[in-house]
Design a binder for this molecule. Structure first.
Ligand SMILES: Nc1ncnc2c1ncn2[C@@H]1O[C@H](COP(=O)(O)OP(=O)(O)O)[C@@H](O)[C@H]1O
Ligand SMILES: [Mg+2]
Length: 269
C-alpha cells in the first residue's frame, strides 16, 4: 500500500446515499470514501445493496438523497454517460462486452474510435491522429491482458474469465482515474483470477489508479485491499483496514459467519 494512501484526500466521496425500488430501500443512507491511489473492497451478503450503491455512484440510478463527489466535484446529477468523461468508469457483475463484435473492435468502440473516424471527415488530420492513438492504446491493452492472440475472435467466443478481462480492458480505454469493478472474480478460474488481481494492483501502483471493487472472495479482498467497506441491508456496517473489518463482530455476524471462524481455527493448529 502506498505510504500516502490514507492521508490523501479521498477521490470519491459518497454521502448518505438512498435508493429505493418501490417499497424496498436497497441503499438506505450509505456513505463511503475512497482515497486516491487506493484499492477499496465493498463486501457484504447478497442483497446488501452493493450493486445498487455502484449504480448510484456511476449514475445508473437516480439517488433519492445523498451526494457523490469525484475529486471534490459534485457529480450526483451527472448522467451515467457523462461520468467516464469525468474519470469514473465501471464494470458490471455480468460482463457487458459486445459478443457479436470482435475483441479488438470492442476496445476501439470503447475508445470512441468510430466517432474519431467520423470526425476525420470534418477535421481531417485531427480525427485520424486520435483514431491512431485509440488503436495504439487498444493494442497495448490487448498485449497487457494477453488477449492479443484473440484480437480477431468474436467476443462471444471468449470464456467467462476472458470476457472479464476484456471488460476491464474496455473500461481502461477511457483512461479513468477511478475504476468501479462489480465482482471482477465471479465466474473466473483461479489462475485467471490471480492474474486479474495482479492487474488491479498494478493499475494502482504503476498508473496511480483508484479502484473500488465488490467481491465475495475474501482471500482476494484481504490480499489486495487497502480498505474494506461492509454493507448489510442497505447500510454500511463497518469500514477500515481489511484486518479490522474482517474481525468486526457486526461483519462476522452479518456476512462472514462461520467462514472466518473456521479459518481462524485452522490458523491456530
Ligand atoms: N432493479 C431492481 N428492482 C427492484 N429491486 C431491486 C433491483 N435491483 C436490486 N433490487 C433489490 O435491492 C436489494 C439490493 O440488491 P443489490 O444492490 O443487487 O445487492 P448486492 O449487490 O449487495 O447483492 C435486493 O433486495 C434486490 O433484490
Ligand atoms: Mg451485486
Amino acid at each position: 500500500m502506498p505510504a500516502d494512501a490514507t492521508s490523501a484526500a479521498p477521490l470519491l466521496v459518497a454521502r448518505d446515499i438512498r435508493v429505493h425500488f418501490g417499497g424496498l430501500h436497497a441503499v438506505d443512507g450509505a456513505s463511503l470514501e475512497v482515497p486516491e491511489r487506493s484499492i477499496v473492497a465493498l463486501i457484504g451478503p447478497n442483497g446488501a445493496g452493493k450493486t445498487t450503491m455502484f449504480h448510484a455512484l456511476s449514475g445508473f440510478v437516480k439517488v433519492d438523497t445523498g451526494s457523490v463527489l469525484l475529486g471534490g466535484r459534485d457529480v450526483t446529477r451527472k448522467s451515467a454517460h457523462a461520468r467516464p468523461g469525468l474519470g469514473m468508469v465501471r464494470t458490471f457483475q455480468i460482463p457487458t462486452v459486445f459478443t457479436r463484435m470482435r475483441v479488438r473492435d470492442n476496445l476501439l468502440v470503447a475508445g470512441g474510435h468510430a466517432r474519431e473516424r467520423l470526425s476525420t471527415a470534418l477535421l481531417p488530420g485531427v480525427g485520424r491522429r486520435r483514431a491512431a492513438e485509440v488503436e495504439r492504446h487498444a493494442d497495448e491493452l490487448l498485449e497487457r491482458f494477453r488477449l492479443a492472440p484473440l484480437a480477431n475472435e468474436y467476443a462471444g467466443e471468449l470464456s467467462g474469465g476472458q470476457r472479464k478481462l476484456l471488460e476491464l480492458a474496455r473500461a481502461l480505454m477511457s483512461k479513468p482515474r477511478l475504476l468501479l469493478l462489480d465482482e471482477p472474480l465471479a465466474g473466473v478460474n483461479p489462475t485467471l483470477g490471480n492474474e486479474l488481481l495482479d492487474h488491479i494492483v498494478d493499475l494502482r501502483d504503476s498508473e496511480g489508479m483508484t479502484v473500488l471493487f465488490i467481491e465475495h472472495d475474501m482471500h482476494a479482498v484481504m490480499g489486495i485491499s487497502d480498505h474494506v467497506v461492509c454493507m448489510a441491508q442497505g447500510a454500511v456496517i463497518a469500514s477500515g483496514t481489511p484486518d479490522i473489518v474482517a474481525h468486526d463482530p457486526a461483519v462476522i455476524d452479518a456476512y462472514l459467519g462461520a467462514a472466518v471462524a473456521i479459518e481462524e481455527g485452522t490458523a491456530h493448529d
